[in-house]
Design a protein around this ligand. Structure first.
Ligand code: MV4
Length: 510
C-alpha cells in the first residue's frame, strides 16, 4: 500500500479521496490554488502545496507541476479525482513515466475510450450494442440523406469530435436535413474546431442508465449495477439514483455483462463507467465509457456496500479484488442531489458570495459529501457544484421521503443554491412515479423553478415569522402548538430566529 498520495483536485472530491486515504492509513498531499488556500480539503490533508493562482489553467490543470510536487513531497501515487486531468491520457502517461502511480486506468485505456468513434469501433468488435449509425463523418447532405433513409427518421446528427450534446441536431424529415447539417457543422466547428458530423438513428425519450465497472490488475472485471441519471439539465446531471426503476435483475445482468465486455476490450483497470441509452422497450445502446470515478459514485457505494475510492487506491497498489460477481446485488435505494451554487428561480444562473451559515442534514441514512463550510467564498473560477446530498433507504419511496427531510434540514445562507429545486422534484408526482426520461426535466423545468412559487412561499414565511417573533416577545402562543400538542419553546429558540423556526417547521425555507 502507498505511504503517501497526492490528491490532484479540489472541493468535495478532494476531501472524498483524502478521507479514503486516511482510513487506509495513507498520508495525503493536497494541492490548492490561491483561491482555495482556506478550503476544507487543504486543512484535512497531512500536507498541502499551493500550485498557482485561481484559474484552473494556471493551477489544477498544470500537470507537470502536480507531478513535480508529488515527487518533491515523496508521494508514490496521484489520484486525479474527476474533471481536471482525470481523463487526459498524456497526464496518466506522464505520471507513469515519472515513476509514480496514476490511480486510475492505464493511459492506453483512456485513449481507447477517449475518442467517441474509436470507442464505438472497439465496443462493436466486442459485441456491445450501439445505436445504428455511421461513425465516420458524413461527406455532404446527399450522403446524409441516403444514410438516413436506411435508418428511418428521426435521425440524430452528432459532432464527431465531442460529446455533451454540442452540435447535436434531431432531424425528423428529409427536407430538414440539409439545414440541420449546416448548423451542426457550424456548432461543431466552434465548439471543437472540427466540423465532422456523423449520423445515428435517434432514440426517442430514452433513459440515461450507466453501469459502474471495477477491474483489478489481475484480470478480474466486475460490474456494480446501474445508476439512473436521466434527471439532467443541458446535459448536466442534477439527480442520480441506484438502482433504476426500469432495470430488472435480468436486464441488470445483461447490461452489466455488456459493460464488462466493453471494459475488457479496452484493457481497462480501476473504476470506470459505461453510459447507455435505455429505451422504452428495454433495448439499450452503448454511448461512451467514462474513464474516471464519477460524481455520482456514492449511490452505488450505498446500495452495493463498498467504498469505491478505497478500492481504486487498493487496485492501483496492486491488490486483487476479493469479490465475485454474485456478491453484488443492490440493497435498498439511494438518491443523490447535486447541491450547486445556482439560482433555480433565475435560470440556474451562478450565484456567488460568502456562505454565511451552513446547517447540514444528518440522521439515519443521510450522507453529505461536501467541499464547503460557513465562511467559504464561492466564486466563478470553478464548477458550481458545492456538495452532494445522498440518502439511502429500504425503498425508493422511503428514499424520496428521506431526501425531502434532509433537504428541509439543509440550510445554506449567503448564496442561492439548487436546494429548492430538488425539494420540488421530490414532491413531483411524475418523479415519484419513476416514469422519467432524459427529456423529463426540460419539459418540467417551467413548473419546478417558477419564481412565483418562491415568492408566495416567502411571503407566507414572512408572515409566519412575524407571528412567531411576536409570540416570542409576548410569551403568548400564536402559531407554535402548546406543549401538550407536541410544540415546545425549544422548537422556536432552537432555530435562533422566527424565520428559521417557522420556515424549518413548515418546510417553507426557500
Ligand atoms: C443520443 C440520444 C438519442 N439518440 N443518441 C447526449 C450527449 C451524449 N452523451 C449523447 N447524447 C444523446 N445521444 C441517439 N442516437 C440522446 C442523447 C441525449 C442525452 C443522452 C444522455 C443523457 C442526456 C441526454 C440529453 C439529451 C440527449
Amino acid at each position: 500500500m502507498f505511504k503517501k498520495v497526492l490528491v490532484a483536485n479540489r472541493g468535495e472530491i478532494a476531501l472524498r479521496v483524502i478521507r479514503a486515504c486516511q482510513e487506509l492509513g495513507v498520508k495525503t498531499v493536497a494541492v490548492y490554488s490561491e483561491a482555495d488556500a482556506s478550503a476544507p480539503h487543504v486543512r484535512e490533508a497531512d500536507e498541502a502545496v499551493c500550485v498557482g493562482p485561481a484559474p484552473s489553467s494556471q493551477s489544477y490543470l498544470v500537470g507537470e507541476r502536480l507531478i513535480e510536487v508529488a515527487k518533491a513531497m515523496g508521494a508514490e501515487a496521484i489520484h486525479p479525482g474527476y474533471g481536471f486531468l482525470s481523463e487526459r491520457a498524456w497526464f496518466a502517461r506522464a505520471v507513469r513515466e515519472a515513476g509514480l502511480v496514476f490511480i486510475g486506468p492505464p493511459a492506453e485505456a483512456i485513449e481507447a475510450m477517449g475518442s467517441k468513434t474509436a470507442a464505438r469501433q472497439l465496443v462493436i468488435a466486442a459485441g456491445v450494442p450501439v445505436v445504428p449509425g455511421n461513425a465516420e463523418g458524413v461527406k455532404d447532405a446527399d450522403e446524409a440523406r441516403a444514410i438516413a433513409e436506411t435508418y428511418g427518421y428521426p435521425v440524430l446528427l452528432k459532432a464527431a469530435a465531442g460529446g455533451g450534446g454540442k452540435g447535436m441536431r434531431v432531424v425528423r424529415t428529409a427536407d430538414e436535413l440539409s439545414a440541420a447539417l449546416d448548423s451542426a457543422r457550424r456548432e461543431a466547428k466552434n465548439a471543437f474546431g472540427d466540423d465532422a458530423v456523423y449520423l445515428e438513428k435517434y432514440i426517442e425519450g430514452p433513459r440515461h442508465v450507466e453501469i459502474q465497472v471495477l477491474a483489478d490488475a489481475h484480470g478480474t472485471v466486475l460490474h456494480l449495477g446501474e445508476r439512473e441519471c436521466s434527471v439532467q439539465r443541458r446535459h448536466q446531471k442534477m439527480i442520480e439514483e441506484a438502482p433504476s426503476v426500469a432495470v430488472s435483475p435480468e436486464l441488470r445482468a445483461r447490461m452489466g455483462a455488456t459493460a464488462v465486455a466493453a471494459a475488457k476490450a479496452a484493457g481497462y483497470v480501476n473504476a470506470g463507467t459505461c453510459e447507455f441509452l435505455l429505451d422504452r422497450d428495454g433495448q439499450y445502446y452503448f454511448l461512451e465509457m467514462n474513464t474516471r470515478i464519477q460524481v455520482e459514485h456514492p449511490v452505488t457505494e450505498l446500495v452495493m456496500g463498498l467504498d469505491l475510492v478505497q478500492w481504486q487506491i487498493r487496485i492501483a497498489a496492486g491488490e486483487p479484488l476479493p469479490f465475485q460477481q454474485t456478491d453484488f446485488a443492490p440493497r435498498g435505494w439511494a438518491i443523490e442531489c447535486r447541491i450547486t451554487s445556482e439560482d433555480p428561480t433565475n435560470g440556474f444562473l451562478p450565484s456567488t458570495g460568502r456562505i454565511e451559515y451552513l446547517h447540514l442534514p444528518s440522521g439515519p441514512g443521510v450522507r453529505w459529501d461536501g467541499g464547503v463550510e460557513a465562511g467559504s467564498d464561492v466564486g466563478l473560477h470553478y464548477d458550481p457544484m458545492l456538495a452532494k446530498l445522498i440518502v439511502h433507504a429500504p425503498s425508493r419511496s422511503l428514499a424520496i421521503a428521506r431526501m425531502r427531510r434532509a433537504l428541509l434540514e439543509l440550510t445554506v445562507d449567503g448564496i442561492e443554491t439548487s436546494r429548492g429545486f430538488h425539494l420540488r422534484v421530490m414532491d413531483d408526482p411524475e418523479f415519484q412515479s419513476g416514469d422519467i426520461s432524459i427529456q423529463w426535466l426540460e419539459q418540467r423545468l417551467g413548473t419546478l423553478t417558477s419564481p412565483t412559487a418562491d415568492r408566495e412561499t416567502l411571503q407566507l414565511a414572512a408572515i409566519a415569522a412575524a407571528l412567531v417573533a411576536h409570540e416570542e416577545r409576548s410569551g403568548g402562543r400564536v402559531v407554535s402548538p402548546a406543549p401538550e400538542q407536541g410544540g415546545s419553546p425549544a422548537s422556536v429558540s432552537r432555530a435562533g430566529s422566527g424565520w428559521a423556526a417557522v420556515g424549518r417547521r413548515e418546510g417553507l425555507r426557500s
